[in-house]
Ligand binder design. Structure first.
Ligand SMILES: [Zn+2]
Length: 234
């Protein structure tokens, strides 16, 4: 049984169901379409939706499913901010991070089993920095985040978005997320600052976009999820 191999309905139930506004769902699908059209795994059954879940978060599930929270769309004041999150989540699926994470988890599991006796919890703590799953998130998981972030620039270059705005959303999140909070999209452990640094550094290698591309559906999304004044870019 593959990790996270749930039906769309099961994923949705976990997250409070779909946000009950068809116009909003259609607008997000329209916004994401240009990004999905350049995804590598074109044979996947890509599906995305706005879910009824609180918090500024988005996530990708195996098989091409992506979920976006209303609050996340609301805090995006510029289309490049939402575009960066979508390109990031597509990156996780395009590079099959779920499959790789599962392989690694199975390797850890095998290693623990072949050890033949119960592992000393203190040893796990010392070796893995708390727990095996935490170690995956902190170390190896961070590499996946870097790789998914690199997809932001790849997609921005192909579609004509401003590379200088690739990290705009993450800069904003760093300011508004309390320091102890970690989400599947972003966490405030030191890796997050490094992610922003890499995004900003990479932006310098691209020519500025002549005219900036605004994905379809943006105006509709903003009329349904207006950006609160404290999250406007000014
Ligand atoms: Zn991620």
């Amino acid at each position: 049984m593959a990790l996270g191999e749930k039906s769309l309905a099961e994923n949705l139930t976990d997250m409070g169901g779909l946000f009950p506004n068809k116009e909003a769902q259609k607008a997000l699908a329209a916004f994401a379409e240009p990004f999905l059209s350049i995804a590598h795994r074109s044979k996947l059954n890509w599906q995305l939706g706005i879910v009824n879940e609180a918090g500024i978060n988005a996530c990708a599930a195996p098989g091409g499913k992506m979920f976006y929270n209303p609050e996340l769309i609301a805090v995006c004041d510029h289309p490049a901010e939402l575009a960066s999150v979508i390109a990031h989540e597509i990156g996780h699926i395009d590079y099959d991070h779920h499959g790789k994470q599962l392989q690694l988890a199975q390797m850890v599991d095998q290693a623990l089993k072949s050890h033949g006796k119960a592992l000393d919890p203190e040893l796990i703590k010392a070796g893995y920095g708390g727990s095996p799953s935490l170690a995956l998130m902190r170390g190896w998981g961070l590499d996946n985040e870097f790789e998914a972030d690199a997809n932001i620039h790849t997609h921005f270059a192909k579609l004509g978005l401003d590379h200088a705005k690739a990290s705009l959303f993450f800069h904003k999140l760093l300011k508004i997320e309390p320091p102890d909070r970690e989400t599947s999209l972003f966490s405030t452990h030191p890796g997050s600052r490094e992610r922003i640094r890499r995004l900003d550094e990479s932006a310098n290698f691209y020519a500025p976009a002549r005219s900036e591309f605004t994905p379809p559906g943006w105006q509709t999304l903003k009329s349904i999820f207006p950006t609160p004044p404290q999250f406007r870019n000014g």
